[in-house]
Design a protein around this ligand. Structure first.
Ligand code: 9MG
Length: 268
């Protein structure tokens, strides 16, 4: 066995949106979503991240009722069938509350619990919380993102959200931090954050990295490479993130990522 730190956990992405960028529409029905979740667990997912509102650049929000209708039946059904931790990808406190009541054990919020009431709801659950950095909001975030020092600003934001969570009564050991690749960042911003990943660790808290199939991977491979043809590049980035200390990798391609991590563990 290796003496190196444990491998990161794999968070498999389960989109239950009709407009999702890389598997849009395919997993909308609960039955298909459940099958996909089971397949990801079989491939080695430790966490299943269920999202009912697209956060891709330019995406419009969905109503509370629509999001609940998409997410809750899927969380309930998966919770009854798998051991994996279920994460709910939402910024709406009501969805957080209902999803945790239905079996979710993690809240993945790209808005870092800044919605009114979100801190209190999260504190009232036993769930882990992923706090992600985003400049702006999905609709306009890629228009003209600007920073003086992207690494310092992202780190300061995350530190401030950690303080807000502790103040609200969320235990420190429930928190996970995420620089939010592609969320109000240019390609250069993304590269700076990735290269300096270890500098983003606040108070020793675990980092989650999500770069799977994103446009930053497409850019590195040559422009217009469609999301489905970014798998190998995404796995390469996931490995590097693991080497730089990421504790959770949020990915579409669970089996490929698991294989790469196993090889890393054997050779490191
Ligand atoms: C929902 N979502 C899309 N990309 C993401 C990322 O990079 N991190 C987290 N936490 N959530 C994401």
């Amino acid at each position: 066995m290796s003496h190196h730190a444990a491998l990161p956990q794999i968070m498999g992405i389960l989109n239950v949106t009709p407009d999702s960028f890389s598997d849009g529409g395919r997993f909308l029905a609960p039955r298909q979503a459940i099958e996909r979740a089971l397949a990801m667990v079989e491939e080695g997912a430790d966490i299943i991240d269920v999202g009912g509102e697209s956060t891709r650049p330019g995406a419009a929000g969905v109503s509370l009722q629509e999001e609940l209708d998409r997410v809750i039946p899927v969380v309930e059904a998966i919770a009854a069938r798998v051991d994996a931790l279920i994460s709910v990808d939402t910024s709406k406190p009501e969805v957080m509350r209902e999803a945790c009541a239905a079996g979710a054990g993690m809240i993945n919020d790209v808005f870092a619990l800044q919605a009114p009431g979100a801190l209190a709801v999260a504190a009232g659950t036993k769930a882990r919380v992923c706090l992600m950095h985003m400049q702006g909001e999905p609709r306009g975030m890629q228009v003209d993102p600007r920073y003086d020092d992207v690494v310092a600003e992202v780190r300061n934001f995350l530190a401030a959200r950690v303080a807000a969570c502790l103040e609200a009564g969320i235990p420190r050991d429930h928190l996970v931090l995420d620089p939010g690749f592609g969320f109000g960042k240019t390609h250069e911003h993304n590269l700076a954050l990735f290269r300096q990943l270890p500098a983003l660790v606040v108070d020793g808290l675990p980092l989650l990295v999500g770069v799977s199939r994103k446009s930053m991977i497409g850019k590195m491979l040559g422009d217009d490479r469609p999301p489905r043809e970014r798998i190998t590049g995404s796995v390469a980035a996931a490995l590097l993130a693991a080497q730089r200390g990421a504790r959770i990798l949020r990915v579409h391609d669970v089996g490929a990522t698991r294989d790469a991590l196993r090889v890393l563990a054997a050779l490191a």
